[in-house]
Design a protein around this ligand. Structure first.
Ligand code: KG4
Ligand code: ZN
Length: 319
């Protein structure tokens, strides 16, 4: 299946943001409970919207990991029950492969080999994807994930969870030059990331302002912080593409929804002669369509599982 031939018949996303917002981050126990409450409703709604019945299904794709085990167990158990009762195959999908596959849901055709950046709340990984199913990890974060850094920075600034969208919105009204932040390893050849330095710099910036009795302009700070993170993500990814000798770049995961990241990638990609593929906004953050499209490809390759499959909280791509 060529990526862009996939057609999404229906998509339903049930967000848990409201449940977790007051805690400033995801509470694993609550995440599992909300999954139990929602999963059947979401599936029924998607089937109704698509105008198909369960008996029209050929296979069930489900996220098998990595992620919170409580939430994974709910999805995998539900998927197993459905697959068993309909006597159709179960296809466990790696969540990160799902994010990569979101690139098939965009308007442009991605050709292999390519370099991919997956930047989400739990991961910041750079891959050299030589062929589908054959990815080599080129770099990763040594501490916080990029999305996690956005969430923590937002919390320090008194903004709502999730922090990425809040910082993205505010940064549009700010001037990054008024609150500059350090760029960890922006140019050197090391393709790993580290976001704890930027986070600490923000903490000190706010502390210094407080000690000096100065107030800070939240949009400027948001813009300065965002620019530092975006620049590092863009430059390291393009450095990875140069190193791998590829001209196609995929950028995906929740942080790929960031407006400045998208603009900057497009501009720098053009300068470097790279085609940068970023899925439509709604397919960057977690969604079922990316799991379905990844599952469809695995199904065509006969990559189905038995009902013995157990979710894997730390499942690496290709593992
Ligand atoms: O991929 P995702 O939906 O879930 C995970 O697999 O983690 O990513 C969620 C992360 C959160 O940390 C959120 O703050 C970040 O993506 N995010 C953004 C934006 N939208 C979501 N970060 C920066 N700018 C955004 N517009
Ligand atoms: Zn995700």
């Amino acid at each position: 299946m060529a990526g862009s031939d996939a057609v999404v018949l229906a998509e339903v996303v049930r967000s848990q943001v409201e449940t977790h917002a007051r805690f400033g981050g995801v509470v694993p126990e609550l995440a599992g409970r909300r999954h139990i409450e929602s999963i059947d409703l979401v599936v029924q709604e998607a089937l109704a919207l698509a105008g198909v019945g369960v008996r029209d299904l050929s296979a069930i794709a489900v996220t098998g990991g990595p992620g919170l085990i409580g939430a994974l167990l709910v999805g995998v158990s539900y998927g197993k029950a459905l697959a068993y009762s309909l006597n159709i195959p179960l296809i466990p999908v790696n969540h990160l492969e799902g994010h990569l596959s979101a690139s098939w849901l965009g308007p442009t055709r991605v050709t292999q080999p390519f370099v991919a950046l997956i930047a989400s709340g739990g991961h910041t990984n750079l891959y050299h994807v030589k062929a589908w199913g054959e990815s080599v990890l080129m770099g990763r974060t040594l501490d916080d994930a990029a999305g996690e850094a956005f969430d923590k920075a937002a919390r320090m600034l008194g903004l709502d969870y999730p922090g990425g969208p809040a910082i993205d919105r505010l940064a549009r009204e700010g001037d990054p030059r008024k609150a500059p932040f350090p760029r960890p390893y922006p140019t050197c050849d090391d393709l790993n990331f580290s976001f704890s330095g930027i986070k600490t710099a923000l903490l000190y910036y706010l502390r210094d302002c407080e000690a000096a009795g100065r107030s800070w302009h939240v949009p400027d700070v948001a813009a300065g912080f965002q620019q530092a993170v975006v620049e590092v993500l863009v430059e390291k990814t393009l450095a990875a593409a140069r190193l791998a000798g590829v001209r196609d770049v995929v950028v995906t995961g929740g942080v790929a929804a960031n407006s400045q990241l998208r603009t900057r990638f497009e501009a720098r990609g053009k300068e470097e002669g790279c085609a940068v593929h970023i899925p439509p906004f709604r397919y960057c953050t977690d969604n079922g369509a990316m799991i379905a499209v990844a599952g469809a490809r695995l199904f065509q390759g006969g990559r189905v599982a038995t009902l013995e499959f157990e979710p894997r909280a730390d499942w690496a791509i290709g593992g």
